[in-house]
Design a protein around this ligand. Sequence first.
Ligand SMILES: Nc1ncnc2c1ncn2[C@@H]1O[C@H](COP(=O)(O)OP(=O)(O)OP(=O)(O)O)[C@@H](O)[C@H]1O
Ligand SMILES: [Mg+2]
Length: 364
Amino acid sequence: MTISKENVLKALSTVEDPDLKKDLVTLGMIQDIIIEGDKLSFKVVLTTPACPLKELIKNNCIDALEKEFGTEVELDIHMTSNVTTVRNNAPLLPQVKNIIAIASGKGGVGKSTCASNLAVALAATGAKVGLIDADISGPSIPVMFNVEGEQPAVKNENGKNTIIPIEQYGVKLMSIGFLTPADSAVVWRGPMASSALKQFISDVEWGELDYLLIDLPPGTSDIHLTMVQTVPVTGAVIITTPQKVALADATKGLSMFKQPQINVPVLGVVENMAYFTPDELPDNKYYLFGKEGGQRLAKKFDVPFLGEIPIVQSIRESGDTGYPAVLKEGTTKQAFSQLAETLARQIAIRNADQNKTEVVQVNT
Ligand SMILES: Nc1ncnc2c1ncn2[C@@H]1O[C@H](COP(=O)(O)OP(=O)(O)OP(=O)(O)O)[C@@H](O)[C@H]1O
Ligand SMILES: [Mg+2]
């Protein structure tokens, strides 16, 4: 069979994206086909640089092409990505492709820990990532990123002040902690906290981002409402521990996003502090807070289960010293990297399947 652009597309139209369940040609993922004699080169444009199926898709392309043209064809396949979005022409943050809320019901279950590690893990794949600390009365992000006491620069353009986010470990950050002294006891009333979050969205120079994570305070507060009323949220991630009280609260948190008037897709549930493995007994797992509660919650609400993170002393220490655990080699890095890949995958699936999320309108 002679190699022509038409034949190449025909062969590649037999290769499916396993998540999106359509072939690569229909999905517009095959680009820049160049044929020179027996040499064939092209790009496969995936939906995220964090795609865990990269190798599988590449191998499937090779198989399909060799089946069509034989093994003499010299292939140069360039795997690249362009993160998908369902946000078009949004007035706020037009260059931000996906806004991801990190929520829980109960406090202290690891939202900020997971948000930090997910942000750093996504950035490590090459994605452009930002993180908003929406916990106005209890900000954790400055400590978790070791940027306490840093003050963001302010730029004045055409009479409007814009805040330049602090950048650390490849992630752009904004937190109330950068604007107030660390040990001051500022009491933020609801409306003040809400207007601070609005400013983080509208007055910060985020630039182009693939993923903007929002680390929420616990519960279902004014801040949650402000968020969904200010920007269209691509989806929410629910963090829980397997403990009964955490699950009961997570159920409330999850239900809030599913309410018809809010209608933010739930991208999935993360079970944090899922089990404990002592260093000296690496094959043992102790289910301190109960077993598989997060998985049951995901099943009950028919949303994806994104993964589990064990209780590890170094995760707590990394949070306290401001060097996210995902930056250190080891099983913890693996757990968070895998979680980031699964999340990126669910975002791509959500963007392919579902409609745009609209900003929630307030009925007065
Ligand atoms: N998997 C884990 N292993 C060990 N320690 C953890 C783990 N996850 C979180 N922690 C620790 O638990 C504490 C609470 O975590 P974190 O601050 O992330 O929770 P949160 O849900 O953001 O809390 P809040 O509701 O107050 O915002 C922190 O000290 C953190 O280091
Ligand atoms: Mg927190």
